[in-house]
Design a protein around this ligand. Structure first.
Ligand SMILES: *[C@@H]1O[C@H](CO)[C@@H](O)[C@H](O)[C@H]1NC(C)=O
Ligand SMILES: *[C@@H]1O[C@H](CO)[C@@H](O)[C@H](O)[C@H]1NC(C)=O
Ligand SMILES: *[C@@H]1O[C@H](CO)[C@@H](O)[C@H](O)[C@H]1NC(C)=O
Length: 194
């Protein structure tokens, strides 16, 4: 009699553990779910906006405080008519007007490299890091080709962060002024974001 009760009890305990185990496994499967569909609206993505940004980009290669530094080159770079292989790292100020003393709205941080054997053309891989107003802390990423001797250069905006999450668009660059150490480029950026 006593033994029978014990067996029933053990049986119930076993069922209890099976239920507990399967609910734990189910819970773990949910906790480690790899992907899931979300509603754009409840995620805060309402209407896509088009923004236009206008600024001047100061590429300062010389003087006491350069902001763009040549860090690498190939053995053939010096004899290449297009400086092929020269690689520059930059942290260039972006200002609201063409003068370097005008208000800073951000910086362009990244790399450009001379990547064309036949004409001057740069591979641009950089982020605009904004500090102005509501854009402070937001970034836009540029990945594109820039042939600096053509009058208007177009580069893709491939993404962004902060206010510019999900960004896509393009940048148009024009040379405002140029001398041996300083290039001032005028940028018009058109970007879709939420
Ligand atoms: C290229 O020329 C520069 C300046 O004349 C020199 O400093 C550098 O060492 C040269 N580089 C190579 C790889 O020859
Ligand atoms: C931008 O944000 C940083 C930190 O979040 C703050 O220190 C800085 O003062 C802000 N800059 C401007 C121009 O508002
Ligand atoms: C080059 O231009 C910058 C401003 O764009 C100026 O500050 C600098 O003095 C100029 N340098 C030369 C050598 O003319």
């Amino acid at each position: 009699m006593g033994q029978q009760i014990l067996q029933i009890h053990q049986h119930n305990v076993a069922i209890y553990f099976i239920i507990l185990l399967s609910s734990t496994l189910l819970h773990q499967a949910q906790a480690h779910q790899f992907s899931q569909k979300l509603s754009q609206k409840t995620f805060g993505l309402k209407k896509e906006k088009l923004s236009h940004l206008h600024f001047y980009f100061h590429d300062i290669l010389g003087g006491d405080h350069p902001t763009a530094i040549r860090v690498a080159e190939a053995a053939m770079t010096n004899t290449s008519k297009t400086a092929f292989g020269a690689t520059v790292i930059l942290d260039d100020p972006l200002t609201v007007g063409p003068e370097i003393t005008s208000k800073i709205v951000g910086r362009a941080q990244g790399i450009y490299a001379f990547a064309d054997l036949n004409e001057f053309a740069l591979l641009m891989v950089l982020n605009y890091v904004f500090v102005e107003g509501k854009y402070n802390g937001s970034t836009l990423s540029v990945l594109g080709r820039n042939a600096p001797l053509t009058s208007v250069r177009e580069m893709p905006i491939v993404g962004g962060t902060g206010l510019f999450r999900f960004a896509r668009g393009y940048a148009l660059a024009k040379t405002h002024s140029l001398n041996a150490t300083n290039g001032v480029l005028e940028y018009n950026v058109y970007v879709l974001h939420y």
